[in-house]
Design a protein around this ligand. Structure first.
Ligand SMILES: Cc1cc2nc3c(=O)[nH]c(=O)nc-3n(C[C@H](O)[C@H](O)[C@H](O)COP(=O)(O)OP(=O)(O)OC[C@H]3O[C@@H](n4cnc5c(N)ncnc54)[C@H](O)[C@@H]3O)c2cc1C
Length: 411
């Protein structure tokens, strides 16, 4: 039976959920304080990561932990004042990264990731967005031989177990693939299945236009509160009141505040990240992750986008783009980079959970309220796969995947 549904949040997750609901005949209104795709779903590295079957675990070996604590690497940075408040959730994240706990969590994550390309494919075609998508994968590059052999062994094993395309590139093969590199790297691991999007925010915007073309509505409004009203829901925005039978909350890194206001205490936290574009005459053919120190070089419509690893800090703390500054310095040693395109780096936040899996399903104590957030490092990848799952649950269809690992009830 079709229903009036408000989808709150127009990032990749919200827009994809709205599309899947509209496809099933529901009357959908998508609400965001900004135009679709201008927050986290704009600022990422643009990868649709079919290879990301192992979610990003908390490091457990003492050497890596000591390196992070002493600020040696560049892939993780932390702001000390935020740590006391973050510690309980990071401890749970750490515990969930122990091998025995991690294995079933990774299996659950992998089953969702397995559908990322097929679920994006239909929407990319219907949205006429093929021009934004390159289907040649991405490369994890190694500056030094240390660690390369071990990483190749692990990658090839994951590739075998999950039927993924993976090629090991020696130094000269990588140099031929990426002639823009000014110095030889030790080698690279080429994941061949993933897609690279040249303007992630624009892909979300095209999906939103597709939604409008299918009869869905897109409303620009700041949501101030959300309350049950009779058998449905009432949403107070800065200038209006919206009502519907059901509501989907897809606020990404802002989900914690909205769910707390309803009395939930979900173990959510954020890993902040930065990017900046640089002019570049000789573009890279595909994204390149520079392992150790850990930053991504992603060719995009606006230039070469350097994205950083994780920063543990309060979501609204002032920026401290030390990782970006170091990444830029190193990138200038690897490539002929021109000027920065923006005056200030972009700062956003990956919406994370302590068990690395997203929160998809019915709100435990509020009939008609549904959650879809917490997609961490791969929300751009997982929007359509998790949007479909939630739309099936809302519509009372048999879900295409076992939804239990993502249920909000699990906390
Ligand atoms: C540096 C970096 C690199 C990344 N690289 C990748 C990658 O290559 N591949 C990948 O898959 N993922 C990547 N990610 C992660 C990915 O970007 C996120 O997981 C994903 O964008 C989350 O999408 P979302 O729709 O949940 O959140 P968002 O895109 O943030 O959308 C949430 C929306 O809610 C709206 N909102 C919030 N509060 C309110 C309110 N009160 N009223 C109205 N609207 C509101 C916001 O305006 C926003 O539009 C990266 C993240 C970072 C930071």
């Amino acid at each position: 039976m079709s229903s009036e549904i408000l989808v709150l949040g127009a990032g990749m997750v919200g827009v994809s959920t709205a599309l899947a609901l509209r496809q099933r005949g529901h009357h959908v209104t998508l609400v965001d304080r900004k135009a679709p795709g201008l927050e986290t779903s704009y600022g990422n590295a643009g990868l649709i990561q079919r290879e990301a079957v192992m979610p990003y675990a908390f490091p457990r070996d003492l050497r890596t932990l000591a390196g992070v604590a002493l600020g040696r690497g560049n892939d993780v940075h932390y702001q000390l004042p935020a740590m006391p408040a973050l510690a309980p959730r990071l401890l749970r994240y750490w515990a969930n990264s122990a091998p025995a706990a991690y294995a079933p969590l990774a299996q659950a994550y992998g089953q969702l990731i397995a559908h990322c390309l097929s679920e994006h494919a239909g929407w990319v075609e219907k949205a006429g967005a093929q021009d934004l998508v390159k289907r040649q994968g991405w490369v994890r590059g190694f500056l030094e031989p240390a660690g390369f052999d071990e990483a190749c062994g692990q990658a090839l094993q994951i590739a075998r177990e999950h039927a993924l395309g993976c090629e090991v590139l020696d130094s000269s093969a990588l140099g031929r693939l990426m002639p823009a590199l000014r110095r030889p790297l030790a080698g690279g691991i080429h994941w061949t299945d993933p897609w690279a999007v040249s303007d992630p925010g624009e892909l979300v915007a095209r999906y939103a236009r597709l939604l409008q073309g299918m009869g869905g509505e897109v409303v620009r409004a700041e949501v101030q509160s959300l309350q049950p009203l009779g058998a449905g829901w009432q949403v107070q925005t800065h200038d209006s009141v919206l009502q519907a039978a059901q509501v989907v909350l897809a606020f990404g890194p802002w989900a914690d505040g909205a769910t707390r206001a309803l009395g939930y205490r979900l173990p959510l936290f954020v890993k902040r990240g930065y990017h900046r574009h640089y002019a570049m005459d000789k573009p890279l053919p595909m994204p390149l992750l520079v392992t150790e120190p850990g930053f991504m070089l992603a060719p995009m419509a606006r230039g070469l986008r350097i994205t950083t690893g994780a920063e543990f800090a309060a979501q609204d703390a002032p920026p401290s783009p030390v990782q970006l500054a170091q990444a830029e310095r190193m990138a200038r040693g690897l490539l002929d980079l021109g000027e920065g395109v923006e005056a200030q780096p972009w700062l956003g936040a990956r919406p994370c959970t302590v068990d690395m899996n997203p929160v998809i399903g019915a709100a435990p104590r509020h009939p008609g309220l549904w959650f879809n957030f917490g997609h961490g490092h791969q929300g751009f990848t997982l929007g359509p796969a998790s949007g479909r799952l939630l739309a099936e649950l809302i519509s009372g269809e048999a879900p295409y995947l076992d939804p239990r690992p993502y249920s909000p009830q699990r906390f």
